[in-house]
Design a binder for this molecule. Structure first.
Ligand SMILES: [Zn+2]
Length: 75
C-alpha cells in the first residue's frame, strides 16, 4: 500500500519583490516569481560580491589581538 499524502505546493515569498511563489515545477524561476526578479536578485548579489573582504588574515592589524607577537617592537 502506497499511501502518499497529497501535500499542496509550498508557497514561498519572492526574495526580490515578496510575491507568493508556488515552490513547484510550475514555477521555473522559483523561489523568484519571474525571471526579472531572479535577475534583479542576482544583480544585487553580484554587486555585493565585489565588497567581499579578501584580506581577512592580514598580518598588519594592531587591533586583532589574540596571539602575542614577540618579534614586534612597540609601535
Ligand atoms: Zn518577484
Amino acid at each position: 500500500m502506497s499511501a502518499e499524502p497529497v501535500r499542496p505546493p509550498r508557497v514561498v515569498a519572492c526574495p526580490s519583490c515578496g510575491a507568493p511563489v508556488a515552490y513547484s515545477p510550475a514555477s521555473p524561476w522559483r523561489p523568484f516569481c519571474s525571471e526579472r526578479c531572479r535577475r534583479l536578485d542576482l544583480g544585487a548579489w553580484a554587486s555585493e560580491a565585489y565588497r567581499i573582504p579578501l584580506r581577512e588574515a592580514d598580518s598588519g592589524e594592531p587591533g586583532d589581538s589574540g596571539a602575542p607577537d614577540p618579534g614586534e617592537p612597540g609601535k
